[in-house]
Design a protein around this ligand. Structure first.
Ligand SMILES: C[S@@+](CC[C@H](N)C(=O)[O-])C[C@H]1O[C@@H](n2cnc3c(N)ncnc32)[C@H](O)[C@@H]1O
Length: 631
């Protein structure tokens, strides 16, 4: 019986395979022949020693890190979840680098929108320090989960000598892994300020491609200017927006405001309604578009110097005949194009400056969290929900899209997703990732009992869910007494599943390859003692690349507990007393459910005897199950 491989998706192997498909001639005995590759690529090879490049101390290693596999897992935590069995929302506690690696199979090309608000590198905020040799152990040490000397998380101070490099080394592999998760029409929004915006743009240009930049928005963050600022009172942050493939992405339009509509009038009583006029000339010159137009008053006009009309002479005549060109009240002005309000009702294209009167300011974000937490300021610098709602809107989401935030802090993104679903009865799902960063023992959060930021993030979602449920109950009461106003309400997903990063459940997988030999003796019973069947089940889901929120049914066959994932797509028996009767029962279950593909997984030493183990394969093949593995 074949064993499931023990690591997350091997991205390097996938990329090499892709390269091989493209350039088979550049491979010799499974190794890349760079000379041959250079020859195939011809003039596209950069040979100049002086070239345009962005680099920093540690870049090479950061790049390699993004390719490495993770040997960790995500363990479900039912007690901290809400509606664990039915929800499709996830809250993952852990270092986002390892978590992003673990999600590579299950969520590859599945995420429509990512929002992140990483540390801005102000010199005072904490920037996670990866330890490439052993990220998991490092994670546990940094978050105080195992004993270590000096396990406090430290800030990245400007005097560190590698100030920007440290930040870039932290961001680079995470962004690289995040891109893999985006759908082709997916989009990422990154909050940042002047400390690192220039560096962020550079690495994003490299990772996403500069042609995929949607825009760099300015958000008016501050509520009021600071008069004690040394030079300039800084009142804005940036939000850099990149897509995976710009041609696949469509921006979500914003609702028209009264202010915008006020710019429309009807100076010539056009029966098509009110309109606003636009310049008819463009900068990109073309001789065919440079011609004379005679105005109704008889004046001959040409585009201003160096410019031309936006269309050719025939199309222009059609527009004039259709009364879509405005020459001013006296028919004597430069022509302009009439844009009718009815034609732009689909909404407004967002502009690159977002004022706080429209999307909130940082004080508002703080107030929102305080209001939810009994007037306690448990989190510094949460974004306002309104800002996230704007981002969700322009991401152009469908009703079932997945939204990821892997620096989720107080979970403002989850809050906004829940609000949006409540408003339009959508079923968008969120994945929050957050480090259990310890709160300062002098902070309000610590005093209120929240020992980590992850605890704050989870509690915020619980409280938002409670508020929405209460509103829903109120609404139901009103509807019961007034059937006329009853709405067509679909079930909202008011829950989230908590998963926590940890070392693998399987002893043999929980090891660096070089240490494997030492550990072999220890793996006769290869599951760690403190791990549950459900822990193992989730590890299997990750290894196979199943969505972590698929429906899971638990049934008993011949006294053994069986997990049936997604109606027979995966059947797992993880108990340690599997008999042939159980194996037969699994075969019959498969026949009954009739899934397109069925995989069966057992615990390697879970069979009652070696004979059962040997026969299991044979029995299940008889039922048409081809993929049987052990863990
Ligand atoms: C600026 S805050 C995000 C605030 C959030 N947008 C909000 O509105 O509440 C950044 C968060 O990223 C978290 N963080 C930093 N490094 C991390 C890592 N390696 N993995 C996961 N989370 C991390 C920090 O603990 C912090 O809470």
């Amino acid at each position: 019986m074949e064993k499931i491989p023990g690591t997350s998706k091997d991205l390097l192997a996938v990329n090499i395979d892709n390269l091989k498909q493209l350039f088979p001639e550049a491979f010799t005995e499974d190794k890349i022949d760079f000379e041959a590759l250079k020859e195939v690529l011809g003039e596209y090879v950069e040979t100049d020693r002086e070239r345009y490049a962005f680099t920093w101390a540690g870049k090479q290693q950061a790049r390699r890190e993004a390719q490495k596999v993770s040997i960790g897992t995500l363990r479900p935590c039912k007690e901290e979840s809400v509606n664990f069995d039915t929800t499709e929302n996830l809250y993952i506690e852990g270092d986002n680098l390892e978590v992003l690696k673990l999600l590579q199979k299950s969520y590859h090309n599945k995420i429509k929108m990512i929002y992140i608000d990483p540390p801005y590198n102000t010199g005072k905020d904490f920037v996670y320090k990866d330890n490439y040799h052993d990220n998991l152990q490092n994670y546990k040490a940094l978050t105080g989960q195992v004993d270590s000397e000096g396990n406090r998380l430290s800030t990245n101070s400007e005097s560190s000598g590698r100030f920007h490099s440290n930040w870039l080394n932290m961001m680079y592999p995470r962004l690289k892994l995040a891109r893999n998760l985006l759908k082709d029409d997916g989009v990422i929004f990154i909050s940042i300020d002047d400390n690192e915006v220039h560096n962020l743009r550079k690495i994003c240009d490299e990772i996403f491609g500069e042609e995929n930049l949607v825009g760099n928005v300015i958000w008016e963050r501050a509520f009021a200017p600071k008069n004690d600022a040394k030079y300039i009172s800084n009142s804005h942050d940036y939000i850099s927006i990149y897509t995976k493939k710009i041609d696949s992405f469509k921006i979500g339009k914003l609702e028209r405001t009264q202010e915008a509509n006020n710019r429309y009038t009807n100076l010539d009583n056009d029966p098509r309604g009110i309109w606003a006029s636009d310049n008819l000339t463009v900068k990109t010159y073309s001789e065919a578009y440079d011609y004379e137009i005679t105005t109704p008053s008889g004046k001959v006009v040409k585009p201003t110097n160096g410019r031309c009309w936006f269309t050719n002479i025939d199309k222009m005549q059609e527009l004039i005949d259709d009364n879509r060109i405005w020459f001013g009240k006296d028919g004597n002005n430069m022509p302009r194009l009439k844009r009718f309000l009815v034609d732009v009702q689909s909404g407004m294209v967002p502009i690159s400056i977002w004022y706080n009167k429209d999307v909130g300011h940082n004080q508002q974000g703080r107030q929102e969290v305080k209001r939810l937490f009994d007037d306690k300021g448990v989190f510094d610098g949460p974004k306002p929900v309104c800002l996230l709602l704007r981002i969700l809107q322009i991401a152009n989401l469908s009703q079932n899209d997945i939204i990821l935030d892997f620096f989720s802090g107080s979970s403002t993104t989850a809050h906004a997703v829940l609000e949006l679903n409540k408003e339009d009865k959508g079923n968008r799902k969120f994945i929050m990732v957050q480090l259990p960063e310890p709160t300062d023992d002098k902070s309000e959060a610590f005093k209120a009992g929240y020992k980590t930021i992850a605890e704050i993030g989870k509690e915020r979602i619980r409280r938002v869910i409670k508020t929405i449920s209460n509103d829903k109950n109120e609404q139901m009461k009103i509807e019961e007494t007034n059937p006329d106003i009853s709405t067509n309400r679909s079930e909202l997903d008011l829950g989230f599943k908590v998963l926590k990063l940890d070392s693998s459940n399987i002893k043999a997988w929980d090891t660096q390859p070089e240490e494997l030999e030492e550990n072999l003796l220890d793996i006769i019973d290869n599951i760690k003692e403190d791990r549950t069947e459900e822990d193992i089940l989730y590890e299997i889901l990750l290894k196979y690349g199943f969505d972590l929120t698929l429906p899971i049914e638990q049934i008993t066959i011949a006294g053994n507990n069986i997990y049936n994932v997604d109606s027979g797509a995966l059947i797992c028996s993880l108990s340690d007393n599997i008999s042939l009767e159980t194996v037969e029962g699994i075969g019959q279950l498969k026949v009954k459910l009739n899934p397109e593909n069925c995989r069966v997984v057992f615990r390697d030493n879970g069979f009652r005897s070696d004979v059962v183990k040997t026969n299991a394969m044979h029995v299940l093949t008889g039922y048409g199950i081809e993929e049987v593995r052990s863990i």
